[in-house]
Design a protein. Sequence first.
Length: 558
Amino acid sequence: MNKSILFLAIMLLSVGMKSFAQTLPVGLLDGTEDNLRRQQLLGNDSSRSSFMIRPLNISDRNNFLLDRDQNIYLDGFRKKIYSAHNDTYAVYLLPVTWQQQINTHHPYGWNDGSMIQARGYQTQISAGVYAKIGPLSIQLRPEYVYAENKDFRQMKDAGNGEAFLQKYAQLVNRIDNPERFGNGSYSKLDWGQSSIRLTFDPVSIGLSNENLWWGPGVRNSLLISNTASGFKHISLNTSRPINTPIGSFETQIVAGVLKSSRITIDNALFTAKPNNWRYLSGIAFTYQPKWIPNLFLGFDRSFIVYRNDMGNSFGDYFPLFSSVEKVSIADGPNNEDSRKRDQYASFFARWAMPESHGEVYFQYGRNDHPYDIRDALQEPEHSRAYIAGFRKLVPLKRSDEFIQVGIEVTQMEGARTGVGREQPVWYAHHQVRDGYTNMGQVLGAGIGPGSNLQSLDVSWVKGLKRIGIQIERLVNNNDLYYAAITTDPRRKWIDLSLSGKFDWTYKHFILNSQLSYIRSHNYQYTAKDIVYTAKDFWNWDKQDVNNLHLKVGLMYRW
C-alpha cells in the first residue's frame, strides 16, 4: 500500500514538472496579449489556444518570440531566482508594472482592472513572485491603486428635470455603478493577480483573485472582462486545449464572491443597496472542430445571487447546469423569479485565418431566459446584446512588420421588443440590486448598460512596438435615454474620440501609452434653450464638452 502511494506521488510530481500554472495577466500593458494573438494569425501558434478563455498560461507551448529587436520571448516575463530537481521546485520574479492615467474633465475609459472611473490623476503599481513546488504553484502579485478622484458634475445635478431624475434613480437603484467613488482621494491595496493552484496537466484547480476574460472581443466582452477589479474565486479549468478525436476543448468553471462599492447618493430617490455579498457561478467552454482548422466555438453562462437569498443545494451552488429554457422552471414554488437571481448567457465564435493573416469573431448574449425554443426563434433579439469584430494584418517589407486593422462593434442597447414586452437592462436587476458588478464596476462590457460602441484601429506593429490611431463612437446608455427623454431626439450623449497609441521596448523596459481626445456631445444628456421650430430644429445651445484621456504604462522585466 505504501509503495502504491509513493508511486502515485512520484507520478503527480512528474506531471507537475511538465505543467506550468503561471498566467499572463489579462490586459498586461495591452500589447502583450495582443502580440500573442497575432502569432496565431501569422501561423506561428503551436498552443492552439482559442484566446477566448483568459488569463493564458505561460508554457513551452506558447513561448513565442514576441520582439525580435530586443529578443523578448514570453518566458522573458519572469526571472528564475531559484530552482532544484530539474525545475520541479522553482521561484521566479515577476515584472514590475506602473500604470498611470489622467482624465481632465470627467471619467472615461475601461478595461483597466483595479483602477476606478475617476477624474484627475490615477496610478496602479504591481509586482510579485511566482513559486512552483511540483504541481503546486503560488502566484503573489498584489496591486496598489491611488486616484486623485477630483470632483465633477454628476448626473443627479445635471439639471435634466425631475422626470429624468426619477428614471435615472430607477436604474441606479438596480446597479452598483457609481459615477464617483467617494468625495475625496481613493486608494486601495488588494490581492490583484494572485492565485494558488494545483495543476495536473491539462487540468488545474485553485483559488484566485485574477481578472478573467471570456469571449473573443478585443474592446469588450459581454459576461466577464477586466473592467472591474478581480474577484476572489475558486476555479476548475483546463491549463491547455485538450485534444480528442473530434477536436480540442477548453473550459473554466468558477465560483466567486462579488462585493459592493458601498457608495450611496444623498437623495430620497436613491436607496441603499443590501449589506450582503453576492455569489457568482459561471462556466466558459470552447470547442475547436477537428474538421475546420482555426474555427473556435464557445459558450459561457453566469448567475449572481445575494448570499442571503441563496439555498444550499447543489443547484443553488451550480445553477449553470440548469435548463436554459424558462418553461421548465417558470411555474411552481421554485420558479426562476422566486430564486431572486440574475443570469447571463452567450454564444461566441472566432475564426482565425493564418493564410490571409486575419480573423473574424462574434458574440451574441441574452440577459433573460427564453421561455422555450419557439420563443427564442420568434424573438432572438429580445434582451440580446452582441459584439462583432474583424482584424487583418497587412505585411510590409520586413517580415516582422505589419499594418494591423481592427474593427469592432458592441451593441448593448435593448431591442424594439421592449416596447410590448418587459426587457431587462443588461447588468441591472430589480432583485439583485447591486447588479452585475464588483466593487462598483461592471463585470462585462466596460461601456456599461444600454451603451453602444463602434471602434476602428489602424496601427503599425513590429513585435511589441506599435504606433497607431483609434477612432471610436460611444453612445452612452440609450436605454436610459429612451426611457427618460422621449420628446427630444437631439439630446443623445455621444462620445467621439480620436486616440494616438505609442508602444515601445528598450532593453528591460516596455512602454505602453495612449492619448485620447474625447468630444462629448450633450454630455450627461443636457441641453439648454432648445427652440422647437421646424426651421431651426438643430439650432440650439448645444451642451458639448471636451476631455483628454492619457494612459501611460511602464513595465520592467528583471
